[in-house]
Every structure is written in C-alpha cells, then in structure tokens.
Design a protein around this ligand. Structure first.
Ligand code: ZN
Length: 82
C-alpha cells in the first residue's frame, strides 16, 4: 500500500466531507468481512482489523486500522492548522 497516495486520498475525502472530522464516539473494531475500505478501496480481509464508524449523518464508514489512523492524523493536522 502506498502511504502518500492514501494520505492524499484521505485528505481529499476529509475536505469533500465524505470522511468528515467528527467524534461520534461510535467506533467499532472487529475482524474484516471482505468489505471494501472507504479510504484505500481495498478489501478488509478476515485477517485484518476493521474499524466501523457511524457518522452523525448515519453513514457508516469501514476502514482498515491503518487507514483509520491516517484519517485521525489528517483531522488532527487540520484542527491544528485552524
Ligand atoms: Zn484501507
């Protein structure tokens, strides 16, 4: 997985509001079930950890643990810039 393009993709999704920076508190972690990750687009296999986030809009995001970390990092960077 290429980290730079993933980061750029996540940043764009944050900016467009597809992956808004919000703390819903509704985050579940579990084994992947083959769902495609919202950030990188690759399947989250049963050998990987899947993060499931329910946004306030009701939209569910499923992310790899690593992709979730990138998302949080981008959000922290964004809030530090304001
Ligand atoms: Zn991913």
């Amino acid at each position: 997985m290429e980290d730079i393009s993933l980061r750029a993709r996540v940043r764009r999704m944050v900016q467009t509001g597809e992956m808004p920076c919000e703390e819903t508190g509704k985050i579940w972690a579990g084994r992947g079930v083959g769902t495609h990750c919202a950030a990188c687009g690759y399947a989250i296999t049963p050998s990987e950890v899947e993060f499931e986030i329910t946004l306030t809009s009701g939209v569910e995001l499923r992310l790899h643990r690593g992709c979730h970390d990138v998302w949080r990092e981008e959000c922290e960077e964004l809030s530090a810039r304001d």
